[in-house]
Design a binder for this molecule. Structure first.
Ligand code: ATR
Length: 280
């Protein structure tokens, strides 16, 4: 809980980390909620991750987010990993408890679902088949969220078939694995398609997918937020599909983090979004 005598500290550990937009919106929240504190980017080399995490308590940190490349490695270092993070196979957030122990969780799934609900209030996971492209950590969070919300069919497509099969084997239920060559056809009759690969991110080529079979009524989502509109989203928008970029997921995953660290659930407002968008 927030304490009036304390300067509150949180941050994000990554390598590299200076591209992260997290300090911008977390520091906005410190101002907005009138708390004395700061959120800092922590550039931590992989070989220093354990020492850095052990240093959080003595330094007075309430917690940190962890990003590439630490999301999996951090699981082995923290004292406790909750069931959600175990299922997703990665941490996105660490809470430093008063006894110094570290508790890991994953807020990416919440961030994704909350962003979709916020931007498309009528959305339902059981409206029709969802196509998820990619089988990394982001995909696990999205698949877990869609399944939890009642999706009846999730068509999972990934370049490396075995990675998709691993997710299906672990989550079971509505997940159907399709081959990479089937990605264009997989869009037929889909209510939603989500890109969770790194394709389309600044510096990477566009996601190679033909949208011809995607119904015009479908929602196209990307978890990439730099650029705000990936070539995949631009193509979807131009043919009349509703779209959702990755920024909402990033902003919304910060809410449960704040709840755990400072006892406040901050709001993702249009003003906050516009402020972060200006930096991208
Ligand atoms: P994250 O944890 O952020 O999701 P990741 O675990 O590196 O990142 O996953 C990246 C995803 O992008 C994977 O699904 C990867 O496919 P593979 O499992 O075959 O590696 C996908 N990806 C990366 N480069 C790709 C490319 N050139 N074409 C298609 N998919 C690609």
């Amino acid at each position: 809980m927030a304490h009036p005598d304390r300067f509150l500290l949180a941050g994000v550990m990554g390598w590299p980390v200076m591209h992260s937009r997290s300090p911008i919106f977390h520091n906005y929240w410190f101002k907005k909620y009138g708390l004395a504190g700061t959120y800092v980017p922590l550039a931590i080399r992989p070989e220093n991750l354990e020492a850095a995490l052990r240093g959080l308590h003595p330094l007075g940190f309430a917690g940190v987010n962890v990003t590439i490349p630490h999301k999996q490695e951090a699981m082995k270092i923290v004292h406790e990993v909750d069931a959600l993070a175990k299922s997703i196979g990665a941490l996105s957030c660490i809470n430093v408890r008063s006894d110094g122990s570290l508790a890991g969780t994953n807020n990416d799934c919440y961030g994704f679902l909350q962003a979709v609900r916020q931007e498309h209030p009528g959305w339902r996971a059981d409206a029709g088949p969802a196509v998820v492209i990619g089988a990394g950590g982001g995909s696990r969070a999205v698949c877990y969220g869609l399944a939890q919300e009642g999706a009846r069919e999730i068509r999972l497509v990934n370049r490396t078939l075995s990675h998709a099969k691993d997710i299906a084997g672990q989550f079971g239920g509505p997940i159907k694995v399709l081959r990479w060559e089937e990605r264009h056809d997989a869009l037929e009759g889909a209510a939603m398609v989500v890109n969770t690969t790194s394709q389309g991110m600044v510096g990477n080529p566009a996601l190679d997918i033909k949208l011809d079979k995607l119904p015009k009524s479908s929602l196209a989502a990307d978890i990439v937020y730099i650029p705000l509109e990936t070539p995949f989203l631009a193509a979807a928008r131009k043919r009349g599909n509703r779209t959702i970029n990755g920024l909402g997921m990033l902003l919304n995953q910060g809410r449960p983090a704040w709840k755990a660290w400072f006892g406040i659930e901050p709001e993702v407002t249009p003003e906050l979004r516009a402020m972060v968008e200006k930096t991208i």
